[in-house]
Ligand binder design. Sequence first.
Ligand code: NAD
Ligand code: MG
Length: 296
Amino acid sequence: MSEALLIDPQNKFHNDGFAEQPQGWPGLQRNMDPVPDSGEDSYVGTGRLTGRKALVTGGDSGIGRAAAIAFAREGAQVAINYHPREQADADDLKAVFEKDGATLVQLPGDLTDEAFTRSLVQRAVEELGGLDILVNNAGYQQAQMSIADISDEQFDRTMKTNVYAMFWLSKAAAAVMKPGSTIINTASVNSFNPVEELLDYATTKGAIEVFTKGLAKQLASKGIRVNAVAPGPVWTPLQISGGQLPGKVAKFGQDTPIGRAGQPVELGGLYVTLAEEKNSFTTGSVIGANGGTGVI
Ligand code: NAD
Ligand code: MG
C-alpha cells in the first residue's frame, strides 16, 4: 500500500507577506506578484461533472477562474462572463482550456448593465446547448475607512454588481433550468462578520447569504439546489484593485489561524462539490473556506 500524500496547509502556498501592488479596477491576475494560483497546473478532475453545462461570472480570474478550471477538468462545458477590461485574463484562461483540449466560451459584458445581464443566461444556453450550473461569483469591493467616504455611485455599483446581477441571472436561470440543476453564489466571511472598511460590500454579502437560503426554499420544488461558498482572504485581483485600504495588502491573510491567504485553487473543489449530483440533499447551505477564522 502506498503512503498517503500529506501536505501541511500552512506552507502549501505562499505564506509570506505581499508587496503593495495597486492596480486600477478591475485588476489583472496576470500582472500580480505572485500570480494567484487558480489550479492551472494542479487541478486534476475525475469526471464528477461529465456532461454538465456551466456559466461562471467573474470567471476570468481568482476564485471564478478556479471554479471554471475545476468544472472543465471534471468534464463540464464552461462559459464565463467577465468585464471587457479583463480580456487579457480571459484569453489566458482560454489558452489553459485549449491546452487541455477543451473549449472556453467567452461572454464578456458589464453586469451592472441590466439589459446585458438579463440576456446573459440565454446567450450561455445558446452557446452551451443548455445550462445546469450557474455560479454568481462576480463581485465589486472598494474599501473605505468611513461611511462618509462611500459615494452614492460606489454604493449603487456594489449593489448592482453583487446583488442585482445575482437576482437578474438567478431569475433567468431558474426559468430555463431542469431538475437536477444548481445555482452557487459566492458569499464571504463578510456575510457573517463585516470588516469595518467594507460596509457596502459586506451589506451585499449578507444579502447574498440570505438570498441563497431563501431561493433554495423556493426552488426545491423545481429540483434546483442553491448553495454558496463563503471565502475568507484569498489572493486575487479584487484585493489589489481597491479591495483593501492602502498598506493592508502586505500582511493580507496572515491573521488567519493557518497564517496565510488562501489561493483560488483551494476553493475550486468546493464549487464542484456543490454542483455535483451526488450531494443532492445539500441546498440552502453555505460552505466556508477561510483558514480557520471560525466565522462559518
Ligand atoms: P476577482 O477580481 O478575480 O473576481 C471578481 C470578478 O468580478 C472580476 O474578475 C470581474 O470579472 C467580476 N466583475 C466585477 N464587476 C463586474 C462587472 N461590472 N461586470 C462584469 N464582471 C464584473 O476576485 P475574487 O476574489 O476571485 O472575487 C470573486 C468573488 O469572491 C467575489 O464575489 C468576491 O466578493 C468573493 N470573495 C473574495 C474574497 C477574497 O479574499 N478574494 C473573499 C470573500 C469573497
Ligand atoms: Mg478579473
